[in-house]
Write a protein that binds this ligand. Structure first.
Ligand code: SF4
Length: 374
């Protein structure tokens, strides 16, 4: 059984959209993830570097997670924050900078608190900047529930001291080269708090409301076994096609639209079930664990070299260049770009059919075919 339920702002979007998920998650233990530990290490380093810029006392943190790649990502975030700090100083002589600001929303919702990575206050504006080190999907600042909750908390603390009119919420995701910014007025934020945040959070804490699946399911602890989510996906698969015997183009397009989502969900469920079977010896009706195919391996490379040489074979070694990702890791992003930047190119990718919503530009197949032929 996990810890007692608490409305965590970082899961706020999920709790607001699917209120019973908060209590449902109580049945699950916390998922330990090296990503979270790496994220904490990254945030600690960012805090230190910003404090250093502001000439505050700080000791450089130490962590096994510090790779050149992580340091480069943190550097990008810190550079953005420093730019905003310097801009704020120009606009307002008495600007205030708070790093890792603890926000307490208990006056709105019981036991709701969190930490805003960076807060900048100028005359009439509060800026909240959030570092996300994820490599998955870019997170938008527009109507971002986590940052809106942080905004309310910061506003709570500071509105007696400053005449704040607007909040600027920013998410920096250096690994996806994404910076998303959105503004909301104090009045709109308070109105959202009264109409949406507080009532939904109360329902969530009470375990009330309807289950509702959506993109917020992504980090829900119940996502693999959740019935509402399964129903949603299975609903997608229940297509009813009438005569004639062959599907029309529109019907084919309908299948393609749902196929991708269904495939991802099925893979997730399969991975979860397999992991449960291997790690917890869980028996799934109609399924068993077997050994997968394996490739042959040498028992000892030294013995193989010796035996092959004794048998008169000399040409048994090959040397190969390390891959681009490994090289970039070795040199660091900056050095890599300086030394090898013009020696790296991106070949044309495999032509793939994707939905119109995909951000990539459509290709002209006639031109692409000519290019391939060259
Ligand atoms: S998986 Fe989605 S629908 Fe199910 S409880 Fe979690 S958030 Fe709600």
């Amino acid at each position: 059984m996990g810890k007692h339920a608490r409305f965590s702002p970082s899961s706020g979007k999920r709790y607001i959209n699917c209120t019973p998920s908060l209590r449902l998650e109580e049945q699950f233990t916390d998922e330990e993830s090296s990503y979270a530990a790496e994220g904490s290490a990254g945030h600690a380093l960012a805090e230190h570097l910003i404090k250093k810029h502001l000439k505050c006392l700080s000791k450089r943190p130490v962590s096994d997670y510090y790779s050149d790649e992580l340091l480069a990502a943190v550097d990008e975030y810190v550079a953005y924050v420093i730019q905003q700090i310097e801009l704020a100083k120009q606009i307002c002589k008495s600007s205030v900078f708070i790093i890792e600001q603890k926000v307490d929303l208990s006056s709105y919702v019981e036991q709701c608190y969190g930490t805003a990575d960076m807060v900048i206050v100028t005359d009439k504006k509060i800026q909240i900047i959030d570092l996300k080190l994820g490599k998955g999907v870019p997170v938008s600042a527009i109507e971002n529930v986590q940052l809106m909750i942080y905004g309310l908390g910061v506003l709570n603390d500071l509105e007696v001291l400053f005449d704040i009119e607007v909040l600027e919420l920013t998410i920096v995701q250096p690994r996806l080269e994404s910076i998303s910014t959105w503004e909301i007025t104090v009045d709109d934020l308070k109105s959202w708090a009264n109409k949406v945040f507080v009532p939904k959070a109360k329902m969530a804490l009470a375990g009330e409301g309807e289950f509702c699946a959506g993109d917020w399911c992504r980090f829900c602890k119940a996502r693999f076994q959740c019935r509402a989510r399964a129903d949603e996906f299975l609903k997608l698969a229940q297509m009813e096609f009438k005569e004639p015997s062959l599907l029309s183009d529109d019907e084919m397009a309908e299948v393609l639209t749902v196929a991708d989502d269904l495939k991802k969900w099925a893979e997730e469920v399969y991975t979860f079930a397999q992991n449960e079977a291997i790690v917890h010896n869980k028996q799934w009706p109609g399924f068993k664990l077997v050994e997968g195919r394996a490739n042959r391996k040498y028992t000892s490379e030294e013995d193989v070299v010796e035996a092959a040489k004794v048998a008169g074979y000399e040409d048994i070694f090959k040397q190969s260049l390390i891959g681009i990702t490994e090289m970039e890791k070795l040199m660091g992003k900056k050095q890599f770009n300086q030394i090898l930047g013009n020696l790296v190119y991106k070949p044309q990718g495999k032509v793939t059919l994707v939905p119109m919503s995909d951000k990539r530009q459509p290709i002209n197949l006639a031109t692409a075919n000519d290019d391939f032929a060259e």
